[in-house]
Write a protein that binds this ligand. Sequence first.
Ligand code: ITT
Length: 194
Amino acid sequence: MKSSIYLATKNANKLREVRHILQGTGLLIKSCPPDIVFPEETGATFEENAFLKAEHLKRITGGEFVAGEDSGLSVEKLNGLPGVFSARFAGGGDAENIEKLLGMLSAYKDTADRKAKFITVIVLLGPLEKMTFTGEVEGFITFSPRGTNGFGYDPVFEIAGAGRTFAELSAEEKNRVSHRSTAFRKLADYLFTL
Ligand code: ITT
């Protein structure tokens, strides 16, 4: 059983969420050296970007097991955007990204036309293996932001059938169903077989 790995992220919210997801599993997440500078996320897919981050951290730490995670929002009517551009969609912060997204969807008045999914892809680099783990959650983009929990696009993502946005859920509730928790539980299951 492998009980600790490095995670290649500079996003403190993501790191907190991952540690929360893995609480009680016995798998510990080691954070990156604080001064690390990751290469630009130039990949065309979440998997390519997750690999770029993992590979860079593995080179720096020499860690036996290193995971890179890339995630984002894919909106059906926007042909998958913001996708790999989720973090830098509007060139500002979360508020600007949300404003741009709502603006681009403003012509769609029916919830059915605002379908979206959150996707997480983890690439694990071990001594021998390169493994990929994915998680998805389906929902739709709301007409305005609701809720104050979470981060990123959480205030405008309503989970299918739940009537609440991710930002209206507690951390426990989000982590029960989220794209990230599905992917990280698969990763933990794999590591515990080693
Ligand atoms: P690292 O690359 O350092 O991990 P990042 O914030 O750049 O941090 P990503 O490249 O994976 O992370 O981009 C993910 C973006 O997608 C993130 O900044 C949010 O805007 C959005 N996102 C991903 N997961 C989310 C979630 O659970 N809730 C809300 N937004 C999310």
